[in-house]
Design a protein around this ligand. Structure first.
Ligand SMILES: Nc1nc2c(c(=O)[nH]1)N[C@@H](CN(C=O)c1ccc(C(=O)N[C@@H](CCC(=O)O)C(=O)O)cc1)CN2
Length: 287
């Protein structure tokens, strides 16, 4: 039986519609919209596309979204000065520094400088720590938040489910595992060096593929009836965007599956908008 498709485009639209309503309520109550500042260093084509989308989509839902595009030669000190300026600006609720940064800038130094209350990427150690400890108030990274929404939309029961997350990045794998754990799934974090990765994946009721390796996960790695969330975005030899999962083979066994493109990708920016609204609400509530 072919799996049902988890349509990230449609669900992202639903999230943006919800955010638009929340933003209107926020603006009416506080006399200003939530503010999001996206910082791009350099001209990596994919990053240029993603940051422009972040700026455009935030403004479409009523957030005051601004893109600061800095030259590739920007020094770490200059970028830190930019972050400090945004930290100090009370009309800014969310700060996102697009990754990857040029090699001469230490990403951790920049991420650590963002006010944790404005860290809408959830990459500050304070937010990662709160999330890992299961404490309230943590801001989680946008892509895993989007994946959790996809699972909720599919009605997947997470309590007691066996979940396998393939990938251990701070942006996706680790926070995804924490979010699943918080919903009482039994979670394994695996990676490309995991011994007999296939056998582990075959145990998964929920399989999240975020290893960054095209078609790593074959159809026979999928448990019958599993939910498969493919975070992978890889270019094949023909330049076509493909996930970490062999979609055609996996959909023969899974109950639910995300396509690439049109699955997790669109949820990332929609979740960023939702997180920005949440951060704005939390900041005004704190005063
Ligand atoms: N600071 C951050 N940097 C990066 C993040 C992040 O969450 N925070 N994530 C990625 C890139 N990214 C957003 O920044 C992103 C990637 C992909 C998509 C998307 O909608 N993809 C589409 C396909 C687009 C295409 O055809 O090329 C899809 O999957 O359908 C949105 C956002 C790295 N950096």
């Amino acid at each position: 039986m072919a799996a049902k498709i988890l349509d990230g485009k449609a669900i992202a639209q639903k999230v943006r519609d919800e955010v638009r309503e929340g933003v209107a309520r926020f603006a009416a109550a506080h006399g200003r919209p939530p503010g999001l500042e996206v910082v791009l260093v350099g001209e990596d084509p994919a990053s240029v596309t993603h940051t422009r989308s972040k700026e455009r989509m935030s403004n479409e839902v009523g957030i005051r979204g601004r893109l600061r595009a800095l030259p590739a030669a920007t020094t770490e000190a200059e970028l830190l000065a930019c972050v400090a300026e945004l930290d100090a600006d009370d009309t800014v609720d969310g700060i996102l520094v697009q990754l990857p940064l040029p090699a001469h800038i230490r990403a951790h130094a920049v991420l650590d400088a963002i006010d944790p209350a404005k860290d809408v990427d959830g990459l500050h150690p304070m937010n990662a720590g709160l999330l890992a400890m299961g404490r309230p108030g943590a801001i989680a990274p946008c892509t895993p938040v989007g994946c959790m929404r996809l699972l909720a939309e599919a009605g997947v029961e997470l309590g007691g489910a066996r979940a396998v997350v393939v990938g251990r990045s701070n942006l996706v794998g680790r926070p995804m595992a924490q979010l699943l754990l918080a919903r009482h799934a039994t979670v394994a974090i695996a990676h490309t060096r995991t011994r007999d990765l296939k056998a582990l994946c075959r145990e998964a009721d929920v399989l999240v593929a975020a290893a960054g390796k095209a078609k790593l996960i074959g159809g026979d790695w999928i448990k019958e009836g599993a939910t498969v969330i493919d975070v992978g975005m890889n270019r094949d030899d023909a330049g076509k965007l493909v996930g970490d999962v062999d979609f055609d083979a996996a959909r023969e066994r899974a109950a639910w599956i995300t396509p690439v493109p049109g699955g997790v990708g669109p949820m990332t920016i929609a979740s960023l908008l939702a997180t920005t609204l949440r951060a704005a609400e939390a900041r005004v509530a704190k005063r």
